[in-house]
Design a protein around this ligand. Structure first.
Ligand SMILES: [Zn+2]
Length: 166
Protein backbone atom coordinates (compact mmCIF):
# COMPACT_ATOMS: atom_id res chain seq x y z
CA UNK A 1 0.00 0.00 0.00
CA UNK A 2 1.36 3.42 -0.91
CA UNK A 3 0.89 6.71 0.80
CA UNK A 4 -1.49 9.10 -0.88
CA UNK A 5 -0.43 12.71 -1.30
CA UNK A 6 -3.97 13.65 -0.40
CA UNK A 7 -3.28 12.41 3.11
CA UNK A 8 -0.28 14.70 3.62
CA UNK A 9 -0.91 17.19 6.42
CA UNK A 10 -1.66 20.78 5.38
CA UNK A 11 1.38 23.03 5.81
CA UNK A 12 1.50 24.89 9.11
CA UNK A 13 0.16 28.42 9.14
CA UNK A 14 1.78 31.18 11.10
CA UNK A 15 0.90 34.74 12.14
CA UNK A 16 2.29 37.71 10.23
CA UNK A 17 4.97 38.91 12.59
CA UNK A 18 6.00 42.42 13.57
CA UNK A 19 9.57 43.52 12.89
CA UNK A 20 11.86 45.97 14.60
CA UNK A 21 10.69 49.04 12.72
CA UNK A 22 7.09 48.00 11.97
CA UNK A 23 4.11 46.60 13.84
CA UNK A 24 1.72 44.31 12.01
CA UNK A 25 -1.87 44.08 13.20
CA UNK A 26 -2.43 40.66 14.74
CA UNK A 27 -4.89 38.56 12.72
CA UNK A 28 -7.11 35.75 14.00
CA UNK A 29 -5.74 32.20 13.54
CA UNK A 30 -8.15 31.69 10.65
CA UNK A 31 -6.18 34.30 8.70
CA UNK A 32 -2.70 32.92 9.40
CA UNK A 33 -0.43 32.50 6.37
CA UNK A 34 2.17 30.08 5.09
CA UNK A 35 5.67 30.41 6.58
CA UNK A 36 6.93 31.29 3.07
CA UNK A 37 4.61 34.27 2.79
CA UNK A 38 5.27 35.33 6.39
CA UNK A 39 9.04 35.34 5.76
CA UNK A 40 8.72 37.33 2.56
CA UNK A 41 6.48 39.91 4.22
CA UNK A 42 8.85 40.25 7.19
CA UNK A 43 11.81 40.89 4.91
CA UNK A 44 10.03 43.40 2.66
CA UNK A 45 8.18 45.27 5.41
CA UNK A 46 11.30 45.70 7.52
CA UNK A 47 13.18 47.14 4.56
CA UNK A 48 10.27 49.49 3.79
CA UNK A 49 10.08 50.67 7.39
CA UNK A 50 13.82 51.27 7.75
CA UNK A 51 14.03 53.12 4.45
CA UNK A 52 11.10 55.30 5.55
CA UNK A 53 13.11 56.18 8.71
CA UNK A 54 11.08 54.21 11.24
CA UNK A 55 12.89 52.63 14.16
CA UNK A 56 12.37 50.19 17.01
CA UNK A 57 11.50 53.16 19.22
CA UNK A 58 9.13 54.59 16.63
CA UNK A 59 7.78 51.72 14.51
CA UNK A 60 5.21 52.19 11.75
CA UNK A 61 1.83 50.47 12.09
CA UNK A 62 0.75 48.22 9.23
CA UNK A 63 -2.89 47.14 9.25
CA UNK A 64 -3.72 43.74 7.80
CA UNK A 65 -7.26 42.39 7.48
CA UNK A 66 -8.30 38.83 6.71
CA UNK A 67 -9.05 38.05 3.07
CA UNK A 68 -11.57 35.51 1.87
CA UNK A 69 -11.18 34.22 -1.64
CA UNK A 70 -8.53 32.63 -3.85
CA UNK A 71 -5.02 32.45 -2.41
CA UNK A 72 -6.37 33.58 0.98
CA UNK A 73 -8.11 30.24 1.43
CA UNK A 74 -4.76 28.45 1.50
CA UNK A 75 -2.84 31.07 3.47
CA UNK A 76 -0.86 32.25 0.47
CA UNK A 77 -2.20 35.81 0.35
CA UNK A 78 -2.34 38.88 2.58
CA UNK A 79 -4.22 42.19 2.40
CA UNK A 80 -2.83 45.46 3.79
CA UNK A 81 -5.39 48.22 4.38
CA UNK A 82 -3.51 50.97 6.20
CA UNK A 83 -0.01 52.17 6.99
CA UNK A 84 1.03 54.80 9.49
CA UNK A 85 -2.54 55.07 10.79
CA UNK A 86 -3.98 56.05 7.41
CA UNK A 87 -5.97 53.99 4.93
CA UNK A 88 -4.45 53.19 1.55
CA UNK A 89 -7.44 54.85 -0.13
CA UNK A 90 -6.60 58.06 1.75
CA UNK A 91 -2.93 57.81 0.77
CA UNK A 92 -4.01 57.32 -2.84
CA UNK A 93 -6.25 60.40 -2.67
CA UNK A 94 -3.24 62.40 -1.38
CA UNK A 95 -1.18 61.02 -4.23
CA UNK A 96 -3.73 62.00 -6.86
CA UNK A 97 -4.06 65.49 -5.39
CA UNK A 98 -0.27 65.92 -5.43
CA UNK A 99 -0.13 64.72 -9.03
CA UNK A 100 -2.78 67.28 -9.98
CA UNK A 101 -0.69 70.11 -8.52
CA UNK A 102 2.53 68.77 -10.01
CA UNK A 103 4.03 67.94 -6.62
CA UNK A 104 4.82 64.26 -7.08
CA UNK A 105 8.50 64.63 -6.18
CA UNK A 106 7.70 65.70 -2.60
CA UNK A 107 4.85 63.22 -2.42
CA UNK A 108 7.23 60.33 -3.12
CA UNK A 109 8.93 61.16 0.17
CA UNK A 110 5.92 61.72 2.39
CA UNK A 111 3.32 59.29 1.01
CA UNK A 112 3.69 56.09 3.04
CA UNK A 113 1.02 54.29 1.02
CA UNK A 114 2.88 54.80 -2.23
CA UNK A 115 6.21 53.98 -0.58
CA UNK A 116 4.79 50.76 0.81
CA UNK A 117 3.38 49.77 -2.55
CA UNK A 118 6.69 50.43 -4.29
CA UNK A 119 8.67 48.56 -1.63
CA UNK A 120 6.37 45.55 -1.95
CA UNK A 121 6.57 45.71 -5.74
CA UNK A 122 10.33 46.23 -5.87
CA UNK A 123 11.64 44.02 -3.09
CA UNK A 124 9.06 41.21 -2.97
CA UNK A 125 9.05 37.99 -4.97
CA UNK A 126 5.37 37.29 -5.50
CA UNK A 127 3.46 34.48 -7.06
CA UNK A 128 2.76 34.44 -10.78
CA UNK A 129 0.55 31.49 -11.71
CA UNK A 130 0.91 30.46 -15.34
CA UNK A 131 -1.30 32.64 -17.53
CA UNK A 132 -1.95 35.14 -14.73
CA UNK A 133 -0.33 38.44 -13.77
CA UNK A 134 2.07 38.80 -10.82
CA UNK A 135 -0.06 38.67 -7.69
CA UNK A 136 0.34 42.20 -6.38
CA UNK A 137 -2.67 44.45 -6.78
CA UNK A 138 -3.45 47.78 -5.17
CA UNK A 139 -4.46 51.39 -5.74
CA UNK A 140 -1.27 52.07 -7.74
CA UNK A 141 -1.21 49.01 -9.97
CA UNK A 142 -2.37 50.80 -13.13
CA UNK A 143 0.12 53.66 -12.83
CA UNK A 144 3.08 51.82 -11.29
CA UNK A 145 2.65 48.26 -12.48
CA UNK A 146 3.53 45.52 -12.56
CA UNK A 147 0.20 44.70 -14.25
CA UNK A 148 -0.71 48.05 -15.81
CA UNK A 149 -3.49 46.43 -17.85
CA UNK A 150 -5.46 45.69 -14.67
CA UNK A 151 -9.19 45.85 -15.37
CA UNK A 152 -11.38 48.61 -13.97
CA UNK A 153 -13.19 46.03 -11.84
CA UNK A 154 -10.02 44.57 -10.33
CA UNK A 155 -8.55 48.02 -9.74
CA UNK A 156 -11.76 49.09 -8.01
CA UNK A 157 -11.67 45.96 -5.85
CA UNK A 158 -8.17 46.98 -4.69
CA UNK A 159 -8.78 50.72 -4.30
CA UNK A 160 -8.36 50.51 -0.52
CA UNK A 161 -5.82 47.73 0.01
CA UNK A 162 -2.75 45.99 -1.35
CA UNK A 163 -3.14 42.28 -2.08
CA UNK A 164 -0.08 40.09 -2.36
CA UNK A 165 0.24 36.36 -2.80
CA UNK A 166 3.16 34.01 -2.63
ZN1 LIG B 1 -6.49 39.75 -0.99
Amino acid sequence: MSCSLAEAPAPARVPISSGRAYRATPLPPGAFVTPTLADELARVLERFAVEASFTADRPVEILFKPGVVGHHQVGRAADIYAVGGRGLDAWKADWDAAATRGAVTDERQRNLGWRLYKAIQTYGRWSQPQGYPIQIFGPWTRSEGPWRRISDALLFAHRDHIHIAK
